[in-house]
Design a protein around this ligand. Structure first.
Ligand code: MG
Ligand code: MG
Ligand code: MG
Length: 311
């Protein structure tokens, strides 16, 4: 039996990282790499389940320990975000759209990292470049990944290429992208059944800002008022996480996708608080700073934090 090569996205998987694992494994299979198999590094969120159910695509296998496993990383390249017990020498390829986070690998491998709104769009291009047909299902998944990651094109991470890709993919999938997108947003922001911990962990990534060990999460909702009753419990979970994981700060963006603004929650030590206030040019009040026009962790939250802590 040949050994699987797992195509896998980051922990706290989002729609882009799950659908990219599926669509890229499908492309690699079509290109003759029959060992490529999609996997997920954690439980699927409600939005991703909605997408997979909508296009009738089975949920990928869960892989939480990569000991001895060959992998293709999609939608991330930082070891802090990757599946546990991954040996960097077992990374076969990387396809991503994030900053390069200090990875070191002892041999040349295929790495494709482009500054576009979602990994799904990069993969759609790879189908085209390799002249492989995109099925209805795969088109639907790649379209969904772009709509999700760019918050229906509103995020500053969105590029003209993302819009062109959605137009093409929607035609193949046979769906109205904006109508589908609104249903996707609804699924994304349905927090009724989510605990404070689910809200914190749903889209959570670890970062090291010049030695300041941090976690930065994001929850996107259609109305921030829906989160108000859970705010105290969320802050409580953030404090617990900070202590358990020995972090200097835990940040959670409460993003209102309709108002296009974020209430950025903070818990952490005094020097981290000073860096946080510097990053966002404001004073913490009631554990947060509210910022208009902030939707993107990657483009609008991580860079100022990196800058503020730079020594
Ligand atoms: Mg992602
Ligand atoms: Mg992504
Ligand atoms: Mg995201």
């Amino acid at each position: 039996m040949t050994e699987n090569i797992y195509v896998i996205g980051h922990k706290s998987p989002d729609t882009d990282s799950v659908t990219s694992a599926i669509t890229y494994a499908n492309l690699k299979n079509a290109l003759g790499m029959s060992e490529a198999k999609p996997a997920v590094a954690g439980d699927l969120n409600g939005e991703t389940k909605f997408v997979l159910d909508y296009f009738k695509v089975p949920y990928p296998e869960k892989l939480t320990d990569a000991t001895g496993k060959k992998v293709i990383l999609v939608d991330h390249n930082e070891m802090a975000q990757a599946v546990d017990k991954l040996d960097t020498e077992n990374i076969v390829e990387i396809v991503d759209h994030h900053k390069i986070g200090g990875l070191s690998i002892g041999k040349p491998i295929f790495i494709l990292c482009e500054p576009v709104g979602a990994t799904g769009g990069i993969i759609a291009n790879l189908y085209e470049q390799n002249k492989k047909e995109i099925s209805k299902q795969m088109a639907g998944l790649m379209m969904a990944s772009i709509l999700s990651d760019t918050v229906l094109f509103k995020s500053p991470t969105c590029t003209p290429r993302d819009k062109t890709a959605v137009e093409k993919l929607a035609k193949i999938a046979g769906v109205d992208p904006m109508k589908f997108g609104m249903e996707l947003l609804k699924a994304k922001s349905d927090i009724s059944s989510k605990s404070a911990k689910d809200i914190l962990m749903g889209d959570f990534k670890k970062f090291d800002f010049s030695g300041t060990k941090s976690g930065v999460g994001q929850i996107e909702v259609m109305d921030l008022k829906d989160l108000e009753p859970k705010r105290a419990a969320i802050l409580d979970e953030m404090n617990k996480m900070k202590d358990a994981e020995k972090l200097d700060m835990v940040v959670l963006m409460l993003t209102d996708v309709m108002k296009e603004a974020s209430d950025i929650l903070f818990v952490g030590n005094a020097s981290a608080a000073a860096g946080f206030e510097k990053a966002f040019g404001g004073k913490l009040a009631n554990n947060s700073i509210y910022k208009e026009k902030i939707l993107s962790r990657k483009k609008q939250v991580i860079p100022p934090l990196e800058g503020a802590f730079k020594k």
